[in-house]
Design a protein around this ligand. Structure first.
Ligand SMILES: NC(=O)c1ccc[n+]([C@@H]2O[C@H](COP(=O)([O-])OP(=O)(O)OC[C@H]3O[C@@H](n4cnc5c(N)ncnc54)[C@H](O)[C@@H]3O)[C@@H](O)[C@H]2O)c1
Length: 253
């Protein structure tokens, strides 16, 4: 690639210290975008930012922030403004699982999953909106939902509800800010091997793999390449969409 397509752009990926979020930050950096590495712990953010900055020769800054905390999100926005002067891409990726059958699900497990997976994207999107609306050539938002939000997964009343909610949120943002040239889409990954799913039992992981028509688990790059496409000029007529990246798991949804 002679000229990097995202040179001069700034990307914020939430939950980007590891897993799918880190792969998204790397792919956007590979195309030249400067990075805000946002996650829970400053040391994790700094380590990832340092590694990405030296591998891809972009500016990368670590910002510790809990996406459920409005004040911390406001401080993150101030830091981005001060360090980079604006923001082009926001990827709402941070998410958690607290699985249990509905009959045993604790209220606190419902609340925390809704807070991180749905309220988090609301707070972060609202906090970054003014910068994204001003982004040269149009800002982009990509929300990482899940096939669980499409099909409803047993044991995931909290998670499936939060991820379905994120799809609704995506469509509202797409409609409200289309006139500002701000595009907003959602991706629904299927089963991807990360720390998040590493906590599931062997039996559940095997069952998930067997339910994938393409016959393999997803890799983090399967997701991050689609995010990169949605941030690119090639996707400039796509907004309010929900894209499954799941090896066929939820064909028909
Ligand atoms: N792995 C899968 O199979 C899969 C499938 C579908 C959807 N997803 C979604 O993809 C996203 C990334 O998942 P992953 O597998 O990479 O998970 P992961 O657990 O490996 O990484 C998630 C990151 O988010 C951070 N995070 C968690 N809560 C946070 C908070 N309150 N504030 C800021 N950061 C926070 C974590 O510290 C972590 O670094 C999640 O939204 C998840 O729901 C994953």
């Amino acid at each position: 690639m002679s000229e990097k397509p995202f040179k001069g752009k700034v990307a914020l990926v939430t939950g980007s210290a590891r897993g799918i979020g880190r792969s998204i930050a790397e792919d956007l950096a590979e195309w030249g975008a400067d990075q805000v590495i946002l996650d829970m712990k400053q040391e994790d953010c700094d380590k990832t930012a340092q590694e990405i900055s030296s591998e891809f020769a972009v500016k990368a800054v670590g910002v510790a922030c809990n996406v459920t905390n409005k004040e911390q999100v406001g401080q993150a926005a101030d830091k981005i403004k001060a360090e980079f002067g604006g923001l082009n891409f926001l990827v709402n990726n941070a998410g958690i699982l607290r699985d249990n059958l509905l009959i045993r699900m604790k209220e606190e497990d419902w609340d925390i999953v809704m807070d991180v997976n749905l309220k988090g994207p609301f707070l972060v999107t609202q906090g970054m909106l003014r910068m994204l609306m001003k982004a040269d050539g149009g800002g982009r938002i990509v929300n990482i939902s899940s096939v669980s939000g499409l099909v409803g997964q047993a044991g995931q009343a909290n998670y499936s509800s939060s991820k379905s909610g994120l799809i609704g949120f995506t469509k509202v943002v797409a409609r409200e800010y289309a006139s500002k040239g701000l595009l907003c889409n959602a991706i629904c990954p299927g089963y991807v091997q990360t720390d998040l799913t590493g906590g599931l039992t062997e039996e559940v992981q095997q069952m998930l793999k067997e339910s994938i028509p393409l016959g393999r688990a997803g890799k983090v790059e399967d997701i991050s390449r689609v995010v990169r496409f949605l941030c690119s000029d090639d996707a400039s007529f796509i907004t309010g969409n929900v894209i499954r990246v799941d090896g066929g798991t939820a064909i028909g949804m």
